[in-house]
Design a protein around this ligand. Structure first.
Ligand SMILES: Cc1ncc(COP(=O)(O)O)c(C=O)c1O
Length: 365
């Protein structure tokens, strides 16, 4: 077996609805080719904006459909962050926003988490101890990288804090619908009503990442500003893929496809948790996500280097990549979304011996 990749946070190939999307792409051109194959409004393909707006109970003008949600994050950050501005993030958090914020000169403040997600007391302390942040970036559900989910009680508290401090919150929620067990929790956006909380999601995990269709639900003035940024960056979004996704939704393929994905990836989540339970040495702990792509492993000593793991035939992303200000040396992000259940069992069997009692710093191993 080749190197088993727990590094790739992408869907397994069988999750992708290839034939249905081919059919939808053809139908989208046949139905609305003159619009779909031309330039158009920066906020995205009208019928898709309307579908998203209806789903979230807002006016279509508040929805901006971007080329993947990460592109939307770049636009929003460019709009909100001046060099030196504080931005609050979870520690750990998704590594790409850390890089984007770093590039924009933000002062990134990491807030501690536990199994119930971001700690609200730490948020209050951060708000009391410095200038008003440009925004708080949170992945409240099945977080990348930890797999953790903010509890309902904390969601309510966070919303109260946001209201009290007029704190702008970006809730990034690409994984919320990819749930394998348990009841869905209300989003921060739903609890707060969409005044201080902006919501972002994506069809990358629910349809296919290659379509590059993500979206933001924003306050109207900010939606207009982001739309202007989109126009000045790429003139017009790729309507072809947005219309393809819309056709997929219009046909009623979304829910059945989600069920299929939940089945395929839920089996991988189970395989990962079983293998960790059976093979990881005493002292190792890990998250038990009810959905999403990732498990976060904490060790009582430094984690092995990725190079050492690769030499043993398995790879992961080092914990340090998900912190802006140090931390993570004893942690690893394991993605279970890409590899098969058999590969997961084999990958954990290769990884486990590297995690035994290595009390020396990783660099010395
Ligand atoms: C938390 C989070 N936000 C955003 C993205 C980017 O998604 P998109 O493909 O829509 O750009 C990812 C992708 O892995 C992610 O994990």
């Amino acid at each position: 077996m080749d190197v088993v990749s727990f590094a790739r946070g992408i869907p397994a190939p069988e999750c992708l609805p290839v034939e249905e999307l081919a059919d939808c792409a053809k139908a989208a051109i046949e139905r609305d080719g003159k619009a779909v194959l031309s330039y158009g409004p920066g906020g995205g393909y009208g019928p898709l904006r309307e579908w998203i707006a209806a789903r979230h109970g807002v006016e279509p003008g508040r929805v901006v459909v971007t080329s993947g949600s990460l592109q939307g994050f770049v636009f929003l950050a460019e709009q909100l962050v001046q060099p030196g501005a504080r931005v609050l993030v979870e520690a750990p958090t998704y590594d790409r926003p850390l890089k984007i914020l770093g590039r924009l000169g933000a002062e990134i403040v990491g807030l501690p988490m536990d199994d119930d997600g971001l700690e609200p007391d730490a948020l209050e302390q951060a708000l009391a101890s410095g200038p008003k942040p440009a925004f708080l970036y949170t992945i409240a559900t099945f977080q990348n990288p930890s797999g953790r989910t903010l509890s309902e009680e904390r969601r309510r508290r966070l919303v109260e804090i946001a209201r009290e401090h007029e704190l702008f919150v970006l809730e990034d929620d690409p994984y919320g619908l990819v749930r394998y067990e348990g009841d869905p929790l209300p989003t921060l956006f739903e609890l707060e009503g969409g005044v201080n909380v902006t919501y972002a999601s994506s069809f990358s995990k629910t349809v296919a990442p290659g379509v590059r269709v993500g979206y933001f639900v924003l306050p109207t003035p900010l939606a207009k500003q982001i739309e202007a940024l989109a126009v000045s960056t790429y003139i017009s979004p790729p309507f072809m893929t947005q219309a393809t996704v819309h056709e997929f939704l219009r046909r009623g393929n979304f829910e059945p496809n989600l069920e299929r994905i939940r089945g395929l990836l839920g089996a991988r989540r189970d395989a990962m948790l079983d293998a960790l339970e059976q093979q990881l040495p005493d002292g190792a702990t890990w998250s038990r996500p009810e959905g999403g792509y990732f498990v976060w492993v904490d060790l009582p000593h430094d984690a092995p280097t990725v190079a050492r793991a690769e030499a043993a035939g398995v790879t992961f992303v080092a914990g340090q990549d998900f912190f802006s200000d140090g931390g993570g040396a004893q942690s690893m992000r394991l993605a279970f979304s890409f590899v098969s259940p058999d590969e997961i069992a084999e990958g954990v069997a290769r990884l486990a011996p590297l995690l035994v009692g290595a009390s020396a710093p990783a660099s010395a191993l």
